[in-house]
Design a binder for this molecule. Sequence first.
Ligand code: KG4
Ligand code: ZN
Length: 338
Amino acid sequence: MLIAGIETSCDETSVALVRDSIILANVVSSQMKLHSEYGGVVPELATREHLKNLLPVGREAFARAGVQPHELDAIAVTQGPGLPPALNVGFTAAQSFALALGKPLIGVNHHEAHLYSPWIRHGAAEFDLLEQNVSLIVSGGHTLLVHVKGPLEHEVLGGTIDDAAGECFDKTAKLIGLPYPGGPELDRLAERGNGTVYRFPRPMLSDASDDFSFSGLKTAVRYFIRDHPEVLSINQQLFHLCASVQSAIVEILVSKTLRAAKRLGVRVITASGGVTCNTALRSALEQLCQKSGLQLRLADRTYCTDNAAMIAALGGFKWARGVTASAIGEEIRPSWSL
Ligand code: KG4
Ligand code: ZN
């Protein structure tokens, strides 16, 4: 079964081809540099870039995979959630493509695709290996803790009540004076610092719910910088500051994820989304899962950030399991919850 995937929900234009769970091609064109000038994603610019890039990205994906559109069995596309004008580009293109080829169109939930992305390994979707797990999805726009009970069966346990984890990385990095998106840069500088030098709050860490809150942490960093501006101009202190902010975010994410796994009695933890690229988050999850006898599946860095391979792989998995609803006559779902 050959599936094409199309993803344009935010600032990455991506087209992938997946045959029988094997990823033949996954072409991603990132707009990060363009948006960094503005300190965040500008929806109008993102839309213009998707319009400009979708066809070349698609052509390259088909060329790399060595397949022709008429060979496709179905097309999978991100239907939501995401920025409405950005989603519209990929969704409308996918509808036209499916109609012109006479192929079925599968509308995929972007978060559900992230949820399954840890099961993509060495260029293949291993969804048949999926075991019950607690899954952390952390991106620039969302923070979700999910109980995956089995294939295509899940329950959201909690989410953020204010800023997302990636947003917290980006906003605190901006306060520190780092370029957008600040997460990767903060990660890089934090490696040279000590995360115990400054103590920042861990909001809702001991709260009984599985929800998260990050805005208090961001505010604490703002006041800290107001009161200690000299820290920003002394390299080693700046590294300690980055490491201390990072360790607060990581501690919140890791301890709430492990707590939920223990409470639910699951043996497997997975993590996905852009923030899962973070070195400290990956190693904290690795260490604590090992200590607690839990199995850990981290999404490969390639599949942490937005990509169409996860869309095509999940679309194909759903199609193979009989989820046949066609998205041809439907509309985008910008606020589609998991
Ligand atoms: O999943 P993603 O690519 O896009 C969204 O759907 O939002 O996630 C982007 C987010 C940004 O906030 C970015 O700063 C963060 O992921 N991120 C990181 C790292 N790499 C990306 N945050 C911390 N450390 C990183 N290494
Ligand atoms: Zn995403």
